[in-house]
Design a binder for this molecule. Structure first.
Ligand SMILES: [Fe+2]
Length: 292
């Protein structure tokens, strides 16, 4: 297995035989590289659904089923078999299509969960005619580069994540009923800075981040906007132009992602596996308090 960097601070392209990817022979190395580089690209793999599940299981705990609800309040599933078909075409995934416009904005997956997903495996089945790249932003690197006094201040803060904050900016034509369903989702408060078990720290940013707890709404809005602009500067991002056969794995705990616009009525379809998270978002301050 060999790898080359796709950009200085985000993403590596990995060359490995498909059989080795399926056997898990290099699973430990792949996990370490994923942690270090945020996004891993494997070209020419073209995994079937079975193979995608097999590769996912070599790397972690494959998520079966889901907890999201559709616009009609019905529970959405990742599929009993662990494969979610990501498409705006309601015929491909009738429950999910209405949620996907939110994917065009910078986000982390699963910020409503106590333990957000660890990683996503993503492979294209049909590409859009134009556009449809996926962008990734390294939230470890974005935190690392902030001035030390600002880091110390940010480490004290918590942010409330809501479904309506994530979806309304992308779906302003929603019905009142849809908005009410989003509001019925549980909100989740997370530290703004994640002190990972590895010792590394990352910003927990996502469009779902609605407000900073205990801060004046104007200051909270300005801070979250400013951090989002900071973290998505070119030096922290990698933009992936898809080819059929690609397999991309991204670290959902230290990166944001977004889909870039593509034509309306597109046949674009991806298949996705999600790995369950392995640690809750833990604040440095809380750790210190527990230790004391
Ligand atoms: Fe996502």
């Amino acid at each position: 297995m060999t790898s080359v960097d796709l950009s200085p601070r985000m993403g590596s392209q990995v060359t490995i035989r498909k059989a080795d990817l399926l056997s898990g022979a290099h699973a430990k190395e792949i996990r370490a590289l994923l942690d270090a580089r945020g996004v891993l690209l494997f070209r020419g793999i073209a995994p079937s659904d079975d193979e995608l599940r097999t590769i996912a299981r070599t790397l972690g705990d494959l998520r079966i089923g889901g907890a999201r609800r559709g616009a009609d309040g019905k529970v959405l599933s990742e599929g009993d078999d662990g494969i979610l078909k990501v498409s705006l075409d309601a015929k491909v995934n009738p429950d999910y299509a209405r949620f996907l416009p939110g994917n065009h904005l910078w986000h982390m997956d699963g910020t409503y969960e106590e333990v957000p997903p660890l990683a996503t495996l993503f492979t294209p089945y049909r590409l859009s005619r134009e556009g449809g790249d996926t962008m990734f932003a390294n939230t470890y690197a974005a935190f690392e580069d902030l001035p030390e006094d600002e880091k110390a201040e940010l480490e004290k803060l918590r942010v409330v994540h809501t479904m309506q904050a994530a979806l309304f900016p992308a779906m302003r034509n929603c019905t009142p009923e849809e908005f009410a369903v989003w509001c019925s989702y549980p909100q989740r408060s997370h530290p703004l800075v994640w002190h990972h078990r590895s010792g590394r720290k990352s910003l927990v940013l996502s469009t779902s981040g609605a407000w900073v707890e205990g801060m004046h709404p104007a200051e909270s809005h300005d801070l979250l906007q400013r951090l989002m602009i900071h973290a998505t500067q070119p030096q922290y991002t990698y933009r992936h132009a898809w080819q059929l056969g690609d397999l991309v794995i991204w670290d959902n705990t230290g990166a944001m992602h977004r889909a870039m616009p593509f034509e309306e009525g597109s046949v674009r379809e991806f298949h996705r596996c999600t790995l369950n998270g392995e640690e809750p978002i833990t604040a440095p301050r809380r750790e210190a308090a527990l230790a004391g």
